[in-house]
Design a protein around this ligand. Structure first.
Ligand SMILES: Nc1ncnc2c1ncn2[C@@H]1O[C@H](COP(=O)(O)OP(=O)(O)OP(=O)(O)O)[C@@H](O)[C@H]1O
Length: 295
């Protein structure tokens, strides 16, 4: 238990009649980098609200650094660096003022890390945050999070508004932050390709709360994309083993965790006119879409 940064057991939540999760279970061991991936609206931000105690779940257990998430003590919160929807509440402050405002709350405050990131924007320290671009504000927020030197970083869509250069700069900072192997990061992102270098485990969250958690390397090795041929109108459909079928783009493809020979046997039984042609290489983003669908 003491080795878990996040523990979610039997979690359920609803908005009116809409079930977001009915029995969500996963853990984030300390020292791991875990990405929560899912399509728009599956409940990623809701989960982060629950983890931080902003929202009380309707059922189940949610513990963060060993404490119930809706009863997190102030000293536990100070060990968590949170990026929440990329926004800053104190937009009337200047760069200098916000750094001075945050510093006393954190015992391990590292001012130099804040300025290391923020100085790269070549803005005066007296620049008011409310007058910055969306990406510049994100940069300030990220600087504030790194300066906290948190044990656990929870990042809800860190890429918001950052251009490709600043996004990669952030990833470099994150790499340094992770260097001692003791920090934990729980991240949601729509920039799936960034996750390839960064994360140890992925959690795919689907609509209605079904999920799949596995080491990223297991996912990339075991999830396959097959080109197939089938008589028109007799293409295979999704089932337990066929996770998705894509007929757009000229090359008909199906996606599955099954090896090619097993999948061909399955097709022989279920779709006798369908023949697999070859395994196609996939980027992580293509695999994500293959698993979750385009829409
Ligand atoms: N306070 C609320 N009241 C009613 N419905 C809500 C509320 N907050 C979120 N929802 C709905 O719950 C679902 C999950 O929302 P959430 O913001 O957690 O999704 P998400 O996975 O973070 O999406 P995105 O990737 O677009 O940021 C959405 O359908 C959303 O419309």
């Amino acid at each position: 238990m003491g080795d878990l940064a996040i523990e979610v057991r039997g979690l359920s939540h609803k908005y009116l009649e809409r079930t977001i999760y009915s029995d969500l279970n996963f853990t984030v061991p300390k020292g791991r980098v875990v990405a929560l991936l899912g399509k728009n609206g599956v409940g990623k931000t809701t989960l982060i609200k629950i983890l931080m105690g902003f929202l009380r779940p309707m059922g189940g257990i949610c513990r963060v650094l060993g404490q119930d998430s809706h009863q997190l003590q102030a000293d536990t919160r100070a060990r968590i660096g949170l990026l929440f929807e990329g926004h800053l509440a104190y937009e009337f402050m200047t760069i200098e003022q916000i750094e001075q405002f945050y510093a006393p709350f954190y015992t391990k405050w590292r001012k130099e890390l804040f300025y290391d990131l923020v100085d790269r924007m070549s803005l005066s320290k007296t620049h008011i945050i409310g007058n910055m671009s969306c990406g510049q504000r994100s940069q300030v927020v990220l600087g504030l999070i790194f300066a906290q030197d948190p044990e656990l970083m929870i990042l809800d869509d860190y890429s918001m508004g950052l251009d490709a250069g600043y996004r990669h700069l952030f990833l470099d900072f994150l790499d340094q932050f992770l260097a001692d192997g003791e920090k934990t990061v729980f991240v949601t992102s729509h920039v799936v390709q960034d996750m390839e270098e960064l994360v140890d485990d992925v959690i795919f969250l689907h609509r209605g709360g079904k999920m799949l958690q596995m080491p990223l390397t297991d996912f990339t090795q075991s999830f396959h994309c097959y080109e197939f041929e089938a008589p028109k109108g007799n293409e295979p459909q999704k089932d337990t083993f066929i996770r998705n079928v894509d007929l757009m783009g000229g090359v008909p493809k199906l996606f599955s965790f099954m090896e090619q020979s097993q999948m061909q046997s399955h097709l022989d039984d279920a779709w006798p006119d369908v023949r697999l042609k070859q395994t196609l290489p996939m980027s992580l983003e293509e695999a994500f879409i293959g698993l979750t669908g385009k829409y």
